[in-house]
Design a binder for this molecule. Sequence first.
Ligand SMILES: C[S@@+](CC[C@H](N)C(=O)[O-])C[C@H]1O[C@@H](n2cnc3c(N)ncnc32)[C@H](O)[C@@H]1O
Ligand code: SF4
Ligand code: SF4
Ligand code: SF4
Length: 399
Amino acid sequence: MNNTTYATPFAKPLYVMLKPIGAACNLRCKYCYYLEKKELYPDDKRYVMSDELLEKFIKDYLESQTMPQVLFTWHGGEALMRNISFYKKALELQKKYGRGRQIDNSIQTNGTLLTDDWCRFFKDNNFLVGISIDGPQHCHDKYRKGVNNEPSFYKVMKGLSLLKKHGVEYNAMGVVNDYNVDYPLEFYNFFKSIDCRFIQFSPIVERINGEPASWNVPAAGWGDFLIAIFNEWVRNDVGQFYIQYFDSTLANWVGADPGVCTLAKYCGHAGVMEFNGDVYSCDHFVYPKYKLGNIKTHTLTEMMYSPQQMRFGQDKYDKLPRQCKECDVLFACHGECPKNRIIKTKDGEEGLNYLCEGYYKFYKHVAPYMDFMKKELDNKRPPANIMQYLKENRIDAMI
Ligand SMILES: C[S@@+](CC[C@H](N)C(=O)[O-])C[C@H]1O[C@@H](n2cnc3c(N)ncnc32)[C@H](O)[C@@H]1O
Ligand code: SF4
Ligand code: SF4
Ligand code: SF4
C-alpha cells in the first residue's frame, strides 16, 4: 500500500461531475453504456435534477474545495435537454457560494441540440464544450443514431459550426469501436480537418450478458490504431495537436501525473452525482455496489474521502494481476481502467485488461520516441524537436 495516497487525500481537488439530467437523451447510440441506467431509477421517469438539489450540490461542492480553482462538469444523458435558464441559475448559485474562487464550467454533449442561443450562452460564460464525434460520417453514423435509427453526423457538424461561429472553446471526444478502428488515419485527419486541436478518444469495452459486446474494439486492433495515429502525429503534429493518450504517455514516461485517470496508478478522484443526488465512485461504475451515498444525507467530502472510495482508487493498482505487476510497461499502462479488466492472464488469473495485447504493442512501439522526448524535456528542450530528428532520419537509425 502506498501510504502517501491515504496520508494526503486533499492533495487533489475534490471532483464530482454532475448529471443535471440522468439517463435521458435525444439519441440512441447503439453502444451507449449510460442509457441502461434508467433501470436504476424506475420510479422517476423524468430524470431531472431539482433546483433544490442543484443548490445543495453547488454549495457543498464549493465548500469542499481545497484549491482556488474549481471545475464543474455538466454531463448526462444529454445535458442540453435542460434549458438555458437551468444553467443560468447554476451560474448564479456558483457566484453566490463561490467566495471569489475561479470557477470553470465544462459541458459534454452530443452536439445535435446546439443553437445560436446555446452558443452565445457558452461563449458569454466561458464554457468549454466537449462534443462527441466518432470520426468522419461513415464512422460516426455507424453507431451514433437517433430514436428512429436515423444518422446524426450532419446535426453534429451543424452544432460544431455554430460553436465555431460564436468562438466557443471546444474539444472532441471520439470512441473507438470495432468499425472505426480500421480507419485510424481517416479518423485522425478528420479531427485535424475540423481544426480540433485537443482530441480525446476512448476504446469501447463492454459486456452484454457477460459476453464481450460486438462493437468492442478488438485488442490488437486498438494497438494498431494507436500506433498508426502516433506515427503520423510524431512526425508532423507534436505541439500542434494535443492527443490525450500521447501526452499522458509522455507524462508517465517522465514520471509526471498523466492527467487521465485510466493511465494513472490509482484513481477514484472523479466521482459522479446522479440527477437525484446519489453519488457513485465513477461514471463507469454507476451500480448499487459503488454508490457512496446521497447528497441529501452525506457531504461530498464524506463520500469522496470515505474508506469505500479510498479503497476504490487504491484497488486500481492493488487488484492488478501478477502479469501486470511484472510487466515492463506497467509504469505507462498501469493496467488501464478497472472496468476493462475482464479477461484472464496467461496463467489463468482474473483481472487482465481486455486491451492488454494492444497496449503492450503500443507502448513497445512508442518507447524509443518517448525516450527521445523525455531526453529533450530533461534538457529543457521542446519534445517537438523529435519531428526534425525524424525528418533527418536520425531517430530511425537509433531505433
Ligand atoms: C454517455 S455520453 C453523455 C454525454 C453526451 N450525451 C455525449 O454523447 O457526449 C459521454 C461519453 O461517453 C461516450 N460513450 C458512450 N458509450 C460508451 C461506451 N460504451 N464506451 C465508451 N464510451 C462511451 C460517448 O460517446 C460520450 O463521448
Ligand atoms: S448521445 Fe450520449 S447519452 Fe445519448 S445515447 Fe449517445 S452516448 Fe448515450
Ligand atoms: S474506474 Fe476507470 S474511468 Fe473510473 S476513475 Fe478509475 S480509471 Fe477512471
Ligand atoms: S500492457 Fe498488459 S500486462 Fe502490461 S500493464 Fe498493461 S494490461 Fe498489464
